[in-house]
Write a protein that binds this ligand. Structure first.
Ligand code: ZN
Ligand code: ZN
Ligand code: FE
Length: 733
């Protein structure tokens, strides 16, 4: 057997039956971390009769070092059993791992993937570990992070000044502290978590106050599915997602359960839940907690902490203690977030909200191969993408580049990824937005030519590529904002195009963002802009909260801005329309975290009500481009609230259904005019389950072929894939 850049080559000799058996076994029961893209059989001319034993040949280190690096993987059942077996030499050892499990991507400094090139290089293996490592029949054969109590990394408990607390068992002490309501920063696989007892209101309130995070949901971690089922609904598909080797956070519908604090995810019908994935998590949870809050340890907007000195400095004011260890994290990776979306095509029922630990650096494979490029993504939910042929490697979620540490981590990621993947890109690709830091970076570096791709075109191409689509399609792209070809802020777009080019055939009519970026944090400003269009200064007479909640001079200033077009940039963003409606019906007028107003609006949809009336809208033709005017809808909502209070739930449903209807309406017009039947749905708005499912079902019923995201996020987190594809296509052709 030879394990190298091109995959695994196995030479076998034996009866046909035995060979068939082996192949069958490989296909049906591959090793847990193996991915089989294809199996090629070559029949040797004659039996050499020379194979009497199983042998693994050494790979040629000088051959092309095409990296096939595995993502980080949850502790496997065999290791778990040893972890809690008091007779095992690794009993309660928090870093137990084997060939089937453990850290990979986050500890690799360079390739080939070998211990000296990982952060395990400082731990020489003891004799016993080395014997396992060297024995092909052992589960730990060539397990690079192999370690034990004698030779491997250790945990330590520190106070929040970073001073060592001498205790016999730091893990047991951590458990005690958690039970007392303390906040502990726990070093994990790709970064630190802040852990808190989810039953303890005071502790959670403390954490919220210290993190300056009033509402944003905290993720939960449990040891078993049975435990999760106590506080959340888990169907079969969700169970599979939870149990997957990626161990993502899965969004699950809450189940009423009195023991869990209501402060964990206020105004939200879901919990984000993951199963324990490192041995350390198991040691903390088992027999101690039904669940723990495990939220990324970062200060708002900063990247997740992952270096010890950095963490102790930055988290000092948030955490009470640190449970650290000396296995260094080389590259940070947040927890991934996914959701099961029923009703979609069976193969497409996983929606990836954040793609990071567990998924990276696995490639997204498409049908067509393109020259190598480096795509720099957007700005807010930045990821980068490098490709080799038809393999597209997206980085983990990097974050908002406007924060210097995040921007620096993007630069590190570029070097790290191109190095471990041995990709030398020919071009740099970035967004059309001239002020995105990723765009500036592309033009400031002088090494490679840079190419710009329109934001929504990239969204569309990203969805097309992951679905193997390359002919002309309709792209329904709804998001927060993206720089348009006309310099305006797009975000409610109907495009017709392929990888080569696109045409904007319809969009939501432009409306004003009073105060520009400020309107994103204060969505009531957008509601007021719509109201101003309809009622002018008379809107001050409207007895609705979005108006009456504003004090006089402030309201007047906003109306002046609308009248005189002062700091009132135009946008067609559907994301912002969700915000406006959320504020208008008093779900949320001020937001604390991105997309909060829209998320809470979705969660206001009443359960069990299947259908409601839709709201009115207008479509008019403006020089061959359809404009969708939602002022009639806004006016109807205002009238409804005036007639009857407490209409939030039904209005939210009506609004959602109207958006779905508009999508079908425009898609049919495009099909009638151009005969195109393929529709791709992309952009952050399609994280909204109601919109995604209903657009999918509605369009499918109308005979469209509908394509959704399942390999990369629909948000800007998946944008770099589309950028890379479009650029690669242009270079190739
Ligand atoms: Zn294992
Ligand atoms: Zn050892
Ligand atoms: Fe976007």
């Amino acid at each position: 057997m030879l394990n190298d850049s091109s995959g695994v080559t196995i030479e076998i000799e034996g009866t046909q039956d035995a060979i068939d058996n082996l192949i069958d076994h490989l296909v049906t029961k591959p090793p847990p971390l193996a991915t089989i893209d294809e199996i090629t059989l070559i029949r040797a001319n004659e039996s050499k009769g020379e194979y009497t034993e199983f042998k693994i040949k050494h790979s040629d280190a000088n051959a092309e070092r095409e990296a096939l690096i595995s993502p980080d993987t949850n502790v496997c059942p065999a290791c778990l059993e040893e972890l809690f077996d008091s007779t095992n030499r690794r009993y309660r050892y928090p870093f137990i791992n084997c060939t089937d499990c453990g850290p990979r991507y986050t500890i690799i400094k360079d390739i080939p993937y070998d211990r000296p090139l990982t952060t395990m290089n400082v731990f020489p293996m003891c004799e016993e570990c080395y014997m396992e490592y060297d024995d092909p029949s052992n589960r730990r054969f060539h397990a690079q992070p192999n370690a034990c109590w004698t030779c491997g990394p250790m945990v330590q408990l520190l106070n929040n000044d970073g001073k060592l607390i001498e205790v016999e068992d730091p893990i047991e002490e951590t458990v005690n502290l958690l039970k007392q309501g303390k906040i502990i920063a726990v070093k994990g696989l790709g970064g630190y978590h802040l852990m808190v007892d989810p039953m303890n209101d005071t502790a959670i309130a403390n954490l919220r106050q210290r993190k300056k995070r009033e509402c944003k949901p905290f993720a939960l971690m449990s040891e078993t599915i049975e435990q999760i089922k106590k506080y959340a609904h888990v169907n079969e598909a969700e169970e599979k997602l939870l149990l997957g080797v990626e161990r993502p956070i899965v969004l699950l519908q809450k189940r009423p359960f009195k023991n869990i604090s209501s402060l964990i995810a206020p105004k939200n019908q879901d919990y984000g839940v993951m199963l324990a994935y490192t041995p350390l998590h198991y040691l903390l949870l088992r027999d101690n907690f039904m669940a723990l809050i495990a939220t990324s340890a970062n200060i708002t907007d900063e990247p997740i902490a992952y270096k010890d000195t950095d963490a102790t400095k930055r988290l000092q004011k948030i955490t009470d203690y640190f449970l650290i260890h000396n296995r260094e994290i080389h590259i940070r990776a947040d927890d991934s977030i996914v959701r099961h979306v029923p009703n979609l095509k069976p193969s497409h029922q996983t929606s990836i909200i954040r793609r990071a630990r567990g998924y990276v650096p696995r490639a997204v494979m498409g049908k067509e191969a393109f020259p190598s490029v480096l795509a720099l993504g957007a700005e807010l939910k930045n990821t980068i993408c490098l490709n080799k042929g038809n393999k597209f490697f997206l980085s983990q979620h990097i974050g908002d580049l406007k924060n210097l540490p995040v921007f620096n981590s993007m630069k590190e990621m570029i070097i790290h990824l191109s190095n471990i993947l041995t990709i030398e890109p020919e071009y740099l690709v970035c967004d059309l937005h001239p002020d995105f830091l990723s765009t500036r970076y592309a033009f400031e570096q002088k090494k490679l030519p840079a190419m710009q791709v329109q934001h929504h075109h990239a969204h569309m191409a990203s969805c097309m590529y992951e679905n193997g689509l390359s002919t002309i399609a309709i792209g329904v792209v709804f998001d927060g904002v993206g720089y348009g070809s006309d310099g305006k802020a797009w975000g409610g777009e109907f495009l017709v195009g392929d990888y080569h080019d696109f045409e904007r055939v319809a969009h939501f009519q432009y409306f004003k963002l009073l105060g520009g970026d400020k309107a994103v944090k204060e969505p009531y400003r957008i509601a007021l802009a719509f109201l101003y269009d309809i009622y002018g200064y008379d809107l001050t007479e409207l007895p609705i909260s979005v108006v009456t909640n504003r004090a006089d001079p402030a309201l007047y200033i906003l109306l002046k801005m609308a009248e005189k077009n002062i700091n009132a940039p135009l946008t067609s963003s559907v994301g912002r329309i969700f915000d406006a409606v959320s504020a208008l019906i008093d779900v949320r007028g001020l937001v604390e975290y991105e997309a909060q107003a829209a998320i809470e609006l979705e969660h206001a949809i009443p359960h069990g009500v299947a259908i409601a009336q839709t709201l009115p809208y207008h479509i008019h033709d403006d020089n061959g481009v359809w404009q969708i005017d939602i002022h009639p809808m806004i006016q109807r909502i205002v009238e409804s609230i005036q007639v009857r209070k407490g209409m939030q739930n039904i209005l939210s449903l009506q609004f959602h259904q109207t958006i779905v209807k508009i999508v079908a309406d425009i898609c049919q017009r495009i099909r009638d005019a151009r005969g195109i039947n393929d529709v791709v749905l992309s952009g952050g708005v399609f994280l909204n389950q109601f919109i995604l499912i209903n657009c999918y079902e509605n369009l499918t019923k109308l005979g469209f072929k509908v394509y959704t995201h399942t390999k990369v996020p629909a948000t800007d987190g998946g944008l770099s894939l589309g950028q890379a594809v479009i650029a690669g296509y242009k270079i190739r052709n």
